[in-house]
Design a protein around this ligand. Structure first.
Ligand SMILES: [Zn+2]
Length: 301
């Protein structure tokens, strides 16, 4: 049974000011509380992509997406047991991003508006190392979260940091790989890798969700009365990937496994009545998944 309705959420957001010790100001952040733990949804901005990036979508499905397609860039903060987790770090402001997108890189501003100091973040948990999720661990050329461990799947870290990858990657990937490797160099001392399913403590478990990238992970967070699944890029656009999970995404490195992973996780979320959060789902990206025959429906909260 859902414990939060939209109205509950709004009143909770207001009353949480006094309770949380994590002040929320303005509209920059929204919060869920469950017992002592808190989840805040922040935004790094938004992206626009051509509808053709959703591979295999019919013309009618593309019409549902719009063109260009605007997708969210959500980032989540979870505070519990003396730790402050950040789930993905946004895009940052490296040239690779700023030369293509002027609508992202806003996480530092959103953190400030929410009264969350980057120094207070103890753990940054990365779903995968694409620049829009990992790039933001660096801002203005320096690590943004000086006191945080950065948790990354070992396969993901090895894939992107392989010596020579920036030179031997396919032409169209080379600038991205170079940017990821520059970011990785700047934060390597703070990175701690994990294998397979890993318990990071504080109620946070990372699980392999390979396909989009070789070491893509999702996070399952035990909020006490609820469990929250952060989907990373297993879903890119709530307008299509729940109802049409067969549709691919141009940046999936292994499309077959990406689809299988998407179906598996949406099925899990529907069966276990999980709260889900999607980095690219319409802001703030929180909701539940219902089964519709062999596909799914997203119910935003
Ligand atoms: Zn992404």
């Amino acid at each position: 049974m859902p414990i939060f309705t939209r109205r509950d959420f709004l009143t909770t957001a207001a009353s949480a000011l006094a309770l949380s010790g994590l002040p929320i100001r303005g509209n920059a952040a929204e919060i869920f509380t469950s017992g002592e733990s808190k989840v805040v949804a922040l935004s790094d901005g938004s992206f626009s992509f051509p509808a053709d990036f959703w591979l295999g979508a019919t013309d009618a499905e593309k019409d549902q997406l719009g063109n260009p397609v605007v997708i969210g860039a959500n980032v989540y903060v979870y505070r519990a047991n003396g730790r402050v987790f950040l789930f993905d770090a946004g895009a940052g402001n490296a040239a690779f991003i700023t030369s293509q997108f002027d609508t992202v890189g806003r996480l530092p501003r959103d953190l400030e508006a929410a009264g969350i100091a980057p120094e207070s973040i103890t753990d940054v948990v990365i779903t995968h190392m694409h620049p829009d999720h990992f790039g933001g661990v660096v801002f203005d050329g320096a690590p943004l979260f000086p006191n945080a461990k950065i948790h990354i799947n070992d396969r993901e870290w090895a894939f992107w940091t392989r010596k020579g990858f920036a030179a031997d990657a396919p032409d169209q990937l080379r600038p991205m790989v170079a940017s990821v490797q520059q970011t990785a160099d700047l934060v390597a001392d703070a990175v701690t890798t994990h294998s397979g399913e890993a318990d990071l403590g504080g109620g946070v478990i990372v699980q392999p969700a390979f396909g989009h990238t070789p070491g893509h992970t999702v996070m399952l967070i035990d909020l006490g009365s609820e469990r929250l699944l952060i989907l990373g890029d297993t879903v890119v656009s709530d307008h299509i990937h729940f109802a049409h999970p067969h549709v691919g995404w141009a940046l999936d490195l292994d499309p077959v496994n990406a689809e299988a992973t998407r179906r598996r996780l949406l099925d899990l979320a529907a069966t276990d009545r999980l709260l889900v959060a999607g980095n690219h789902v319409t802001k703030p990206g929180l909701g539940r998944v219902e089964r519709r025959g062999s596909t799914f429906n997203f119910v935003p909260i």
